[in-house]
Design a protein around this ligand. Structure first.
Ligand SMILES: *Cc1c(COP(=O)(O)O)cnc(C)c1O
Length: 360
């Protein structure tokens, strides 16, 4: 481009001709283009001029997520240097201008948030987790598309869950049937997938089947298997399940002991209402990464053992392991589902023992 010419990518009101005339005194020449690795969010405006002019506290903003699934649609315009400064003034002090490569291959100026803290924290936290997933994948030569991010939403209000949906997240999980019930109608207008990751009491089976739970990740005893199967048969339904393995061998955690898992899966495979999709574990809580890694390696080795046994009706694709503190290690060891709560929604009011030791 010539020195005084620039490309400007707009995903907001600058796409409108009337706004262009008001701001630049002319209609801009432009065409449709796309901004990959970004997604739209809301920015809380603090610039008083901008607030006064627009009368709105939140304005759209493109934020970098580094996720190839994210894309922002808009227009690329050719403008001149003085016009660029006019645009800067219009956006005000809450935005900064950065150069980005569009889908067309052209380099264009894009306005993004000057201070990422002024993004909704959930959106910001999700973008941080996505970056952590990508970095862990680079470490282990994996494709980020292989890893599903599951949001552990225990104690999180429906409002905050929908904020995550608006960031493009689609997979959540609860630990208690009661919480699924409480949030069910609030979330009913959204499309999402829900798993169950708590300790399931047999007297809650009937109720859990009323909701949109597509996978129970915590199958850990024969009594539960039999009762779940009976109820599913009665209702003519099927259910995806994961087998929960107690890889850390802690008495405080539920799950089949590693040595019994193969035999347990052989038994469970006979129940035709239950589709075994893989394994789940909660790693050891320890600052000793090697010990944490041992848990995930163990789950992976059990998966391989089950695969070698070629049990009919058993799929072993999914390894649900890794949470806020240890997701990198889990990804390096082969996780396909990571379950993240705290790092996205913040600290919970109750200790996890409340969810892991008591009955759901
Ligand atoms: C709460 C919970 C998580 C998420 O834990 P964080 O450390 O908050 O990310 C994952 N798995 C299970 C089973 C949980 O109960």
């Amino acid at each position: 481009m010539q020195n005084n010419k620039h490309y400007l990518f707009s995903y907001g009101i600058l796409q409108l001709k009337e706004v262009q005339i008001e701001v630049f005194g002319r209609i801009l020449q432009g065409e449709k283009d796309k901004l990959p690795n970004y997604k739209l969010d809301k920015l809380k405006i603090s610039d008083t001029e901008v607030l006064k002019k627009s009368g709105r506290e939140f304005h759209p903003v493109a934020i970098k997520t580094n996720s190839p699934n994210d894309i922002v649609e808009g227009f690329i315009f050719e403008i001149q240097t003085p016009e660029l400064y006019v645009a800067d003034k219009l956006k005000g002090s809450d935005y900064k201008r950065v150069l980005a490569t569009l889908s067309s291959g052209k380099q264009a100026w894009v306005y993004t948030a000057k201070n990422e803290k002024s993004l909704s924290t959930i959106a910001y936290n999700i973008s941080q987790i996505r970056t952590r997933i990508e970095n862990a994948c680079k470490q282990s030569n994996r494709n980020p598309d292989e890893i599903k991010l599951l949001l552990a939403t225990k104690t999180v209000s429906s409002d905050r869950i929908t904020e995550a949906f608006k960031c493009g997240e689609t997979l959540i999980a609860e630990n208690k049937v009661q919480e699924i019930r409480q949030k069910f109608s609030d979330l009913s207008e959204y499309r999402f997938e829900q798993h169950f990751i708590g300790h399931l009491q047999t007297n809650k089976i009937k109720e859990i089947l009323k909701y949109n739970v597509s996978c129970i990740q915590t199958i850990d005893r024969m009594e539960l298997v039999e009762k779940l199967h009976n109820r599913l048969s009665l209702e003519n339904k099927a259910m995806d399940i994961l087998i929960q393995v107690n890889t850390s061998n802690e008495a405080s955690k539920f799950g089949i002991s590693p040595g019994d898992t193969l035999q347990f899966i052989q038994q469970v495979s006979k129940f035709n209402t239950l589709n075994i999709k893989g394994l789940m574990t909660i790693g050891l809580f320890s600052s000793d990464n090697d010990k944490v890694r041992e848990c995930f390696k163990l789950l992976k080795s059990i998966q391989q053992e089950v695969i070698r046994n070629k049990i009919p009706n058993v799929e072993m694709k999914e390894l649900s392991m890794g949470m806020s503190g240890d997701l990198e290690i889990a990804i390096e060891e082969g996780a396909t589902i990571i379950r993240v709560g705290t790092a996205i929604f913040g600290q919970r009011q109750y200790p996890d023992s409340y969810y892991w030791n008591e009955n759901a």
